[in-house]
Design a protein around this ligand. Structure first.
Ligand code: GLA
Length: 414
């Protein structure tokens, strides 16, 4: 009797939680789990996990676009944003999937207006943000903006802490589609509380806005930020160097299980084309960000890019790996110090694979169909995603890989 009463109590609490918190019970089948757990784990049983991830219907694949910070820093104005929108269309980047144009820090005036609202810098944005959003929307693109969960932005301008409702309403009234929300001047107030306040404010406005949480990986956001936003930075800021890019890559190991449609790990924006790395290194950077299901936010000056930069950013076969609808983030399969193999299970049963050579010497690298998680077969089709060539193999996937470079393939069991 007592046991029955306890069971009834437990059941009631569970039902109540489901109603109050909108908890979804998500079925995860063996195949999904196997793909998340790479090749080592082939006999996982079907289980149920509960999840209260926020679903605002956005970012079902990693967001693609451009952000002003890596190249322009604080020196932005409406001409740059307009011309970047033009360049995205003319360069073929829009066609390749890039759609969010995000103005980072420094778009705002140094004080709120007489109604307490954020307003754009009148000299650099004389027509205001609504006008800019209209321009960007007419091109079939979307406009993003930046603020901080603090009293000021990282550059010391007005930010949104304790103004969340007003600011979310302002952004919605301008037609903003994406908010990057930073963590400077946070008064040491609890992280989750500050990001929840903006989450609630965004939920209350009549517009769907991608919520990009930028707390730099401080409090393991992969463990909680999917309840609040669509993506979360996992590290501090990227710099335009091989060392910085590789150190960020190293900090992504083990995070693959937290990502999925609508909810992505964000290892920061791309540096491709900014001049601090060679084209070989930029190809590696782009390939790795693609297999990590990272947001592909270009960070260079799109108005003046070399044809090689454009070729890297618009490689549709690499982008298809990133934008695969299953959203199984790739993960590291093997690592011998200088040489690493990364793999990602695709929704059509193929596997995308990167052979990464971090060493100072060119190398000949090898992996196998089994090692990257493919079922056994008499033959495999191999597509080279940078050379755009097909070949076949009975088992081994091999390639010459330049120093600080990658070879990237997609492999199907025949
Ligand atoms: C922080 C963020 C960067 C950028 C700058 C702007 O450092 O992590 O991505 O937004 O602020 O000031």
């Amino acid at each position: 009797m007592i046991r029955n009463l306890n069971a009834i109590k437990l059941l009631s609490i569970f039902v109540l939680c489901t109603v109050i918190f909108g908890t979804n019970i998500t079925k995860v089948n063996a195949q999904q789990l196997t793909s998340r757990n790479s090749t080592q784990n082939s006999n996982v049983k079907e289980i149920s996990i509960s999840s209260n991830r926020w679903d605002n219907g956005l970012a079902h694949t990693p967001p693609m676009g451009w952000n002003s910070w890596n190249h322009f820093g604080c020196h932005i104005n409406e001409d740059i944003i307009k011309q970047t929108a033009d360049a995205i269309v003319e360069s073929g980047m829009k066609e390749a999937g890039y759609k969010y144009i995000v103005m980072d820090d420094c778009w705002m005036d140094d004080h709120r207006d007489s109604n307490g609202k954020l307003t754009s810098d009148p000299k650099r944005f004389p027509h205001g943000i609504k006008w800019l959003a209209d321009y960007v929307h007419k091109k079939g693109l979307k406009l993003g903006i930046y603020s901080s969960a603090g009293t000021k932005t990282c550059q010391g301008l007005p930010a949104s802490l304790d103004h969340e409702k007003t600011d979310a309403q302002t952004f919605a009234s301008w037609g903003i589609d994406y908010l990057k929300y930073d963590n400077c001047y946070n008064q040491d107030r609890p992280l989750e509380e500050r990001y929840t306040a903006m989450h609630n404010a965004l939920k209350s406005v009549n517009r769907s806005i991608v919520f990009s949480i930028c707390e730099w990986g401080v409090k393991r956001p992969w463990e909680w930020a999917d309840k609040l936003g669509n993506l979360w930075r996992t590290t501090g800021d990227i710099r335009d160097s091989w060392e910085s890019m590789i150190s960020i890559l190293d900090q992504q190991v083990g995070l693959y299980k937290y990502a999925g449609p609508g909810h992505w790990n964000d290892p920061d924006m791309l540096e491709v084309g900014n001049g601090g790395m060679t084209d070989t290194e930029y190809r590696a950077h782009f390939s790795l960000w693609a297999i990590l299901d990272a947001p592909l936010m270009a960070g260079n000056d799109l108005r003046h890019m070399s044809s090689e930069t454009k070729n890297i950013l618009t490689n549709k076969e690499v982008i298809a790996v990133n934008q695969d609808p299953a959203g199984n983030q790739g993960h590291k399969v093997t690592d011998n110090g200088e040489q690493e193999v990364w793999a990602k299970k695709m929704s059509d049963g193929s596997v995308a694979v990167i052979l990464l050579n971090r060493g100072e010497d060119n190398a000949f690298m090898t992996t196998s169909a089994k090692a990257i998680g493919l079922p056994s077969a008499s033959e495999y089709k191999v597509r080279n995603l940078w050379k755009h060539q097909d070949s076949s193999t009975e088992d081994l996937v091999r390639s010459y890989v330049p120093s600080h470079g990658v070879a990237m393939f997609r492999v199907w069991a025949k």
